[in-house]
Design a protein around this ligand. Sequence first.
Ligand SMILES: Nc1ncnc2c1ncn2[C@@H]1O[C@H](COP(=O)(O)OP(=O)(O)O)[C@@H](O)[C@H]1O
Ligand SMILES: [Mg+2]
Length: 270
Amino acid sequence: MHIWQDDVSTSHDDIELSLAADHGRPEPILQVAGLSAGYGGPPIVSELDLTVGKGEVVTIVGPNGAGKSTLVKTIIGELRASSGVVMLAGTPVTSVPTELLVRRGIGYVPQRNDVFGMLTVRENLEIGGYLLSKREVGRRIEETLSYFPRLEELAARRVLVSKMSGGERKMLALARALMMRPEVLILDEPTAGLAVQVAKTVLHEQVPALAERGVSILLIEQRAADALEISNWGYVLVSGMVRISASASEILGRKDIGEIFLGKFSTDTR
Ligand SMILES: Nc1ncnc2c1ncn2[C@@H]1O[C@H](COP(=O)(O)OP(=O)(O)O)[C@@H](O)[C@H]1O
Ligand SMILES: [Mg+2]
């Protein structure tokens, strides 16, 4: 576990600093090094390093306003990095426009659902495949729906997305990102606004199912305990900086970390 403590106050002295390397992690699919970005004022994320290994589920937890969405927007090329690099499978892709990154294997599900309510499931999936040939879109829709039996039902009934539940719409947002068969999928708070049981299904069933199909996942979550339970590695982001980088089980085993860095941690977000 690596804990950065430079400006953490004395009440945290009991967290000992240990510098175990990231050994044993798979080869990186997504790497961020020294990344800084913001909105024109002071940087919102500073000098940030993180890695998603092939086949891993990696979670970033951190309080509201820590810069998680800003980081993600910078990785996927919606925001320009002021310094640092983003590498996809060893190739620099820093500030490459989102559309090109999507072609190159990064999928992104934004924090705000942007599925289209006045369209059907199938029509939304077609939009997810707009970079593909018409024939390929048809094939991918069948493939994608096979991961989500519930969506398959809704698609068969031609239900309008506006009539679907929050959980079903989130499932559709995941499915839409899968249309491009991403190698790495970035999920920004996929359970935000969902009822507890639905959130649990997303984190304990849907995300692991994607990982089992070989998609590497970078997950941003407020529900820290649930997210870490299904993750290989975790980062704690506070004020735009990585404070902790450790295996998910190590972070889960240290309730003090949750209390100190997140204010609250496990059971109260369930
Ligand atoms: N479009 C924007 N313009 C200016 N500041 C922003 C914008 N979006 C977010 N911020 C600021 O950046 C900081 C981090 O926000 P954000 O990345 O959304 O955090 P998180 O996702 O961790 O809650 C906050 O202080 C927020 O007010
Ligand atoms: Mg956010």
